[in-house]
Design a protein around this ligand. Structure first.
Ligand SMILES: Cc1cc2nc3c(=O)[nH]c(=O)nc-3n(C[C@H](O)[C@H](O)[C@H](O)COP(=O)(O)O)c2cc1C
Length: 484
């Protein structure tokens, strides 16, 4: 079941007593962000602020992705990997062609119809008095440069392929008609901008959308395989195509959005953005990004504004990272077939540390997998990659520690790669967006890798295990310990 819009999701939350409605007056200046972070740290359900100081008629919704449980509700299952697996089995078969070729050929299948975007009359109307300052954008940390859209979706169209890009980038409000869009160099927004630039276009049509089915917002913040239309991918994950409407500037937007800002990004107007308290828990320093210029605003009656605040983990981006990890594992396994499981730990900042288990079959495969992972989409941002054998549970950090301690010779098994693309928000990076990365091959080694046989691991005698089982159980029971 897919939620038609954010209102239907709020109704679902109300029915299931999973929303906290706050009717006390509250300010967009630090107050909503503070309460929202405190709620996420405590895994409280979403918060709906109904009385926002200075913004009558608006409601602000935060903490939508309050824990992995939010995704179970939104996607109707706790087995997120199954959604992608079913899709791959149903639509992709096992044709030995590349992922992007498969995706292209998909549009030819008639059975694809249900998940394709569908044209629908919008529920929003043009609002001539509205401007960027009339939105309840949040100031999230005391030294932020100003008020920001923190969970709005920037929609662009790739000028070469016409593929629709929906992406969550923070947006710094400058004045009533101008804002700065913080898209990092490797993201779809900047890639589309660079393509427009090559075609001689300096003013790129853009829409900034807020308040949609949270699955669409999640997909916009996810590393969907390059070249794949995010409306199409949202349809795959929702099991139902997104209802869309074409704006005068040619951009397709969800018909059921709470607000739509139509305009363009001016590539000739690049300004200093930030500082902004970011997901590393530090203020990111200022840097130059292009400016968005507003042309029209469209609103629903009594609109709901979706926002978040990032900071020290684990906040909403950590749970988004966990859902991404589960949903995208089957896709990643198509590119790196030896991959068994992965863990992007909450405290590893999602783009900081990744742990991957592989089915190792030949010497050198640990480092090979590492390089394949760094070469795949946004995993290129990972600063630390740890590769372990398939019998190591990547979600058990102690097992991972044991694998590192018992299989790694640092000089032989640690790879440091310098001057490569990394997370430009990371203040430790010497020359953003270029920095270094470390890969730790914590797999057991073949003879070719060490020059000698890998030693045998200790293992109990099976007969002793069977013979001693009754005594062990007796001891455990007598101490009220679980028998396992
Ligand atoms: C709350 C939130 C804020 C984000 N802010 C930014 C941002 O300011 N700049 C950026 O490049 N990515 C940001 N991201 C990450 C992107 O949304 C993410 O990389 C997404 O996959 C966009 O990819 P795309 O550009 O390939 O569509 C943010 C994600 C979340 C959840």
């Amino acid at each position: 079941m897919a939620f038609k819009d954010i209102r239907e999701y709020i109704d679902f939350l109300r029915k299931n007593r999973k929303i906290i409605e706050i009717n006390d007056e509250i300010s967009t200046d630090l107050e909503i962000a503070y309460i929202s972070r405190q709620a996420t740290y405590r895994n409280f359900p979403p918060l709906l602020f109904t009385k926002v100081k200075g913004y009558p008629g608006w409601k602000v919704l935060t903490n939508v992705f309050y824990s992995i449980d939010a995704f179970y509700d939104l996607l109707g299952t706790s087995k997120l990997e199954e959604i992608s697996k079913n899709f791959i089995e149903q639509f992709m078969g096992d044709m030995p062609i590349s992922l992007s070729q498969k995706i292209k050929s998909l549009t030819e299948f008639t059975k694809f119809g249900k998940i394709l975007p569908k044209s629908k009359k919008p529920v929003f109307e043009e609002e001539s008095r509205a401007n960027l300052l009339t939105f309840p954008a949040l100031k999230t940390w005391p030294k932020d440069a100003g008020r920001y859209f923190t969970f709005s979706i920037v929609i662009t169209k790739d000028p070469e392929t016409n593929v629709n890009n929906l992406s969550v980038y923070r947006i710094q409000i400058v004045n009533d008609r101008e804002a700065i869009i913080h898209w990092q160099v490797l993201k779809r927004g900047n890639i589309a901008a660079q393509k427009y630039k090559r075609l001689g276009v300096r003013k790129i049509p853009v829409a900034i959308v807020n308040g949609v089915d949270p699955v669409i917002a999640f997909i916009a913040s996810s590393p969907v395989p390059p070249g794949l239309d995010k409306y199409l991918f949202a349809g795959i994950i929702r099991g139902e195509g997104v209802e869309v409407h074409e704006l005068d500037n040619g951009i397709l937007v969800p018909s059921n959005a709470e607000s739509v800002i139509e305009g363009y990004v001016d590539l000739d107007d690049v300004r200093l953005e930030g500082p902004f308290g970011d997901h590393l828990g530090y203020y990111t320093p200022q840097d130059y990004f292009p400016t968005f210029k507003l042309e029209k605003v469209h609103l629903r009656e009594n609109p709901i504004f979706h926002a978040t605040s990032v900071g020290k983990p684990p906040l909403e981006d950590a749970w988004i990272g966990k859902a991404v990890e589960r949903l995208f594992l089957p896709f990643l396994q198509m590119i790196v077939p030896e991959l068994v499981d992965m863990n992007l730990p909450e405290y590893g900042l999602y783009t900081g540390i990744g742990i991957f288990s592989i089915k190792k079959m030949y010497p050198g495969q640990g480092k090979r997998a590492m390089m394949a992972l760094w070469g795949t989409g946004q995993l290129s941002l990972l600063k630390f990659i740890i590769v372990v054998d398939e019998d190591v549970n990547v979600h058990d950090i102690n097992q991972v520690m044991y694998a590192i301690a018992s299989t790694v010779d640092p000089k032989r098994d640690v790879l440091i790669v310098d001057n490569v693309i990394t997370d430009s928000l990371d203040h430790t990076v010497p020359n953003p967006p270029l920095g270094s990365k470390i890969g730790i091959d914590a797999t057991r080694k073949f003879k070719e890798e060490t020059g000698r046989e890998w030693p045998e691991e200790v293992k109990d005698d099976e007969q002793v295990v069977i013979r001693m089982r009754p005594l062990l159980e007796k001891i455990l029971r007598s101490h009220d310990l679980p028998v396992k």
